[in-house]
Design a protein around this ligand. Structure first.
Ligand code: FAD
Ligand code: NAP
Length: 542
């Protein structure tokens, strides 16, 4: 790469070196392409480098939430737990980068700030923060679906004199919370993982909760001696089952549990005795294990009530249990699993502040002021989520055909995309698991591998057939968006009270639209293959 001089040229520029960028580099390099990866962090890992908060771990079994493309890697790497914690996933991605000698083609500490497409040259010019430029006919945006942390805008945040942390930017090294009064704002997947761990370490923990979580109690465990070896011996069957599974994970996960719920009898017609028995026997699972919750908002509200009863069986203080009972529909946010979340609220050193009844007024130099009073704190941890799906690309000034801005297009029209892989008006730009892809409700790694392989085959096809450009057609894009929207039209996912990163509702001012594709990865793969086999139907090749 050169600064202000001759521009270095590659066949493909990949932005990002997380799970997606690393595989894109390896796969495209194997196809004989000259690939350069630009990564803003100092090393590989993406999500698993920056979300270093206590308790961070994946919620899909690691033998499935891992690369399937290399038999050597899956045999050599040793997972120690069923669902690995962040340090082990970070170490795994470093192992992969070294094993495949990927680092030689990655520029670290290189933030892409702009990229523009030249119609004449059929080429993207990519500009980085330090003023350097590189160019390539193709760009793969592997910039992450959850890589832009969302800061809340609470008055006075910058006046806090203690330590302020965001879980999505957790500092390297030990953050010592012992003897500290800690506040956690946010109770999504991150808060639910973080809270039990912080409670064990801090002198006092105050949880500031706006929307209570629905979370399934889960047991994560270390492997028994020999257990992983047995699993490794069955990898052909494990990967084959994953490939056929709608969520890309055939073993037990929150997603597979949700799918199984769809086949259960409806709650609406269950007798009062049946409902009570379900909660008495199966607790939280019993409250939610009904087939009509996804489609019938009334059934969903009934389940919320049962859920409250199940929580009250765990949480000693009735007022705290009531405050922990959600009022939004179950399933309209990503499913959460936990280890000892509700039990945490029985600890003497934990206080729950229900922001629905007692909202935050401001952050003060010494704590958080709610309507009811001041909570004095030494540390505030914001577990407030991400500007998902579009946030990372919107942080780059992406200019497509005729100088059109992707940020403006997505802001004004909504996050439209064809297959989650391409946007009309932005030729030769591939987005990994962009809006309209299965990633939101699936094993990301499984979904991503399909995207990378499809992109590789597409670039090879273009080169073999003498095409220089591929561009999504607006009508095909709209049709895809309409199909993805129709898939969720009859579900609670589009109920007005559903607000989450799935539909942009968590970001003030963001245009709301469900950003996933819920027909499952196998059907998505079938559609992508069909489109490729038809000479890239819905795309213009030139
Ligand atoms: P990322 O890992 O986000 O990597 C994107 C990379 O692009 C980053 O390294 C970033 O620095 C870089 N980048 C972005 N913008 C620029 C720029 N302008 N210039 C240069 N570099 C840039 N999914 C699951 O399926 N199962 C799970 O259990 C699961 N757990 C998760 C837990 C947490 C805490 C979070 C936040 C997400 C989780 N996810 C999970 C989703 C997760 O993001 C994906 O599974 C996966 O790690 C994404 O990989 P990626 O490479 O696509 O993106
Ligand atoms: P999130 O699900 O968006 O949750 C953010 C939380 O912060 C919500 O409780 C939200 O409340 C709250 N919040 C936001 N702004 C606030 C404000 N101004 N005041 C008070 N509360 C505020 O984000 P996340 O928990 O980081 O999870 C994001 C995604 O990352 C997950 O859905 C999942 O895909 C992934 N993830 C996965 C795991 C895992 O188990 N493997 C772990 C962590 C993250 P409202 O709901 O009221 O907006």
């Amino acid at each position: 790469m050169t600064i202000d001089g001759d521009i270095a040229r590659f066949d493909v520029i990949v932005v990002g070196a997380g799970f997606s960028g690393l595989y894109a580099l390896h796969h495209l390099r194997e196809l004989g392409l000259r690939v350069r990866v630009l990564e803003k962090a100092h090393t590989v890992g993406g999500t698993w480098l920056v979300n270093r908060y206590p308790g961070a771990r994946c919620d899909i079994e690691s033998i499935e939430y891992s690369y399937s493309f290399s038999e050597e890697i899956q045999q050599e790497w040793v997972w120690t737990e069923t669902m690995s914690a962040q340090p082990e996933i970070e170490a795994y991605l470093n192992f992969v980068a070294d094993r495949l000698d990927l680092r030689r083609d990655i520029d670290f500490e290189t933030t892409v700030v702009a990229m523009s497409y030249s119609d004449e040259a059929a080429e993207w010019t990519v500009r980085t923060e330090d003023g350097a430029t590189v160019a390539a006919p193709f760009v793969v945006a592997a910039t992450g679906i959850l890589s832009v942390p969302l800061e809340p805008s609470i008055p006075g945040m910058d006046r806090f004199t203690g330590t302020s942390l965001h879980t999505g930017r957790w500092p390297d090294g030990v953050v010592d919370l012992s003897g500290k009064r800690v506040g956690v704002v946010g109770t999504g997947s991150t808060g639910v993982q973080l809270i039990p761990v912080v409670a064990r370490e801090a002198e006092h923990l105050t949880v500031f909760q706006r929307s209570p979580a629905y979370t399934l109690p889960w047991r994560v465990r270390t492997f028994e001696p020999g257990e992983l070896d047995e699993l490794k011996a069955s990898y052909p069957q494990i990967r084959a089952a994953q490939r056929e599974h709608p969520v890309g994970a055939a073993r037990l996960s929150a997603f597979s549990v949700l799918l199984e719920m769809l086949a259960k009898p409806p709650l609406k017609t269950a007798s009062a005795e049946e409902r009570t028995k379900a909660v008495e026997t199966d607790g939280i699972m019993g409250a939610l294990n009904w087939g009509d919750l996804f489609f019938d908002i009334e059934a969903n509200q009934m389940a919320a009530e049962l859920y409250g009863q199940a929580v009250a069986r765990i949480v000693d203080d009735p007022a705290t249990a009531r405050a922990l009972t959600p009022s939004h529909p179950f399933a309209c946010k990503r499913p959460i699993i936990d280890q000892g979340y509700y039990e945490t609220f029985n600890r003497d050193n934990v206080t729950l502040v229900d922001l629905r009844a007692d909202p935050i007024e401001s952050v003060c130099p010494n704590g958080i002021q709610t309507a009811a009073g001041l909570h004095e704190l030494d540390v505030i941890i914001y577990a407030t989520g991400f500007d998902a799906m579009t946030g990372a690309l919107n942080s780059i000034d992406v200019r497509g055909r005729g100088g059109a801005s992707l940020r403006e297009f997505w802001t004004e029209e909504g996050p439209l995309s064809y297959l989650g892989l391409a946007v009309a008006g932005f030729p030769n730009l591939f987005t990994i698991q962009g809006p309209g892809s299965p990633s939101a409700a699936a094993n990301f790694v499984a979904a991503m591998e399909q995207n990378v392989e499809w992109i590789g085959a597409c670039v090879s096809y273009l080169r073999e057939h003498g095409f220089r450009t591929i561009e999504a057609l607006p009508e095909a894009q709209q049709e895809w968006v309409d199909q993805a929207t129709a898939l969720v039209a009859a579900t609670v996912l589009v109920h007005p009270s559903c607000s989450s990163w799935y539909n942009g509702g968590n970001v003030p001012g963001k245009k709301r639209m469900y950003m996933g594709y819920t027909a499952g990865i196998p059907e998505y793969r079938r559609r992508c293959d069909e489109i490729a086999d038809a000479g890239y139907a819905g795309f213009k090749l030139a």
